[in-house]
Design a protein around this ligand. Structure first.
Ligand SMILES: *Cc1c(COP(=O)(O)O)cnc(C)c1O
Length: 402
């Protein structure tokens, strides 16, 4: 683990005179040298626009961009790279899907979400509800922060067009039983979208094993650059759906009285994409492939146990989200202390955490956390020593505020 940590230059610095302890990985992750080098090296050697030029640099850039797509397909265990569209991230992926999959939906058609969704998997659907009059049904969350799967069969009807669900909760750390959920939905012929923003950073993802029709991910949450991500769509979904954005690169023929679109994935990639981003994203995925994931899972479980036990022993501190299966993300409240003040004081001690609603307002309401929570989210490069220092710092913060 020390060798892995050494590959992240940003972690080796002081903040306010204290060694940085970065525990805001659910917001964004830091980048290993392999990713930084790949992007720099692309700029230094191969930068050009793609899919257009007859010249050598453009051919090289196009080749690298398509190789990046193949890497994403391999990392998700997709059957074909034609099932992968590059987008800005999970937010754009879900907006694309909400726009395109709904082209033949009618007022009264239904979708199912859950109470622990990120706003990226709520807002596009509420916008669609306002545009088309669809109905939104919600799988509730229990007191531990686990989905009440037993409620799902009762929510599925003849009019359910899609089930859209988080893989791993960014706010509570809950790992959802996605394979079980997709099985129930698919028995009823309902396609499933998985918001995978927090899935990929904590272990290999296999869309076959999950059984989902769509999987959305963001590069910056998996140790890659910002502003790029991918939407996986099984089989011929991308052929059947109309495009989202229009412009260059996504067409075969343009006339003022009609357009012939390019086949997918190009059909969904209008304009110049984030070329270096896609290549950096693929570099991150390929670097992740080289890691020992069994060792990482053990390490992350140890980080979670240490955080949970340590924080749990602080008087007046309540952990929100105590699911049986979690990634090392811990949301908490301290009686008599505002989450924002906890975060500010921790920053003065060199510790970066997140405070607020974590883009999951309905979930915060579910737990009556009106001001949101304080959230520490670890990645595999965090150490047990850092967790101990973090717990000690929270204890000091409590004494200062309460
Ligand atoms: C971060 C996040 C998103 C949004 O991803 P962007 O990269 O900001 O588009 C969606 N869902 C979850 C669970 C997230 O953690």
């Amino acid at each position: 683990m020390d060798a892995i940590r050494d590959q992240f230059p940003v972690l080796h610095q002081e903040i306010h005179g204290k060694p940085l302890i970065y525990l805001d990985n659910a917001a964004t992750t830091q980048k290993p040298q392999a990713v930084i080098d790949t992007i720099r090296e692309f700029y230094e050697n191969d930068n050009a626009n793609i899919h257009r030029g007859v010249h050598t640099l453009s051919a090289r850039a196009s080749e690298r961009f398509e190789a990046a797509r193949a890497q994403v397909a391999r990392s998700l265990n997709a059957e074909s790279e034609r099932e992968i569209v590059f987008v800005r991230g999970v937010t754009e992926a879900i907006n694309l899907l909400a726009h395109s999959i709904s082209h033949d939906w009618q007022a009264g058609d239904e979708i199912i979400l859950s109470e622990l969704e990120h706003h990226a998997n709520i807002v596009p659907w509420v916008m669609l509800k306002e545009r088309k009059g669809i109905e939104i049904k919600v799988i509730p969350v229990d007191d531990n922060g686990e989905l009440e799967i037993g409620a799902l069969p009762g929510l599925l009807t003849k009019r359910t067009r899609l089930l859209a669900i988080n893989h791993v909760s960014n706010a509570l750390g809950t790992i959802n039983p996605v394979a079980r959920i997709t099985e129930i939905a698919r028995e009823r012929g309902v396609p499933v979208l998985v918001d995978g923003a927090q899935g990929l950073p904590h272990g290999p993802v296999d869309v076959e094993a999950l059984g989902c029709d769509f999987y959305a991910c963001s590069s910056h949450k998996v140790f890659g650059p910002s502003g790029v991500g991918a939407l996986y769509a099984r089989g011929d979904w991308f052929e059947r759906m109309p495009p989202f954005l229009g412009g260059g690169d996504m067409i075969e023929e343009v006339r003022f009285d009609g357009i012939r679109y390019a086949p997918p994935p190009s059909k969904f990639e209008a304009g110049t994409p984030n070329i270096e981003g896609a290549i950096g994203f693929a570099a991150a995925l390929s670097w992740l492939n080289s890691l020992d994931w069994l060792a990482i899972e053990r390490h992350e479980a140890a980080l979670l146990a240490r955080m949970t036990d340590g924080l749990g022993s602080i008087p007046g501190l309540r952990i929100i989200g105590t699911a049986a299966h979690k990634v090392p993300v811990v949301s908490f409240l301290i009686d008599g202390a505002h989450p924002h003040d906890i975060g500010t004081l921790l920053d003065s001690m060199g510790i970066a955490i997140r405070t607020g609603h974590h883009c999951a307002m309905p979930l915060m309401q579910r737990f009556s956390a009106v001001s949101g929570t304080a959230r520490a989210s670890a990645a595999f490069y965090n150490t047990t020593d850092e967790i101990d220092q973090f717990v000690a710092a929270v204890s000091r913060v409590r004494d200062m505020l309460v």
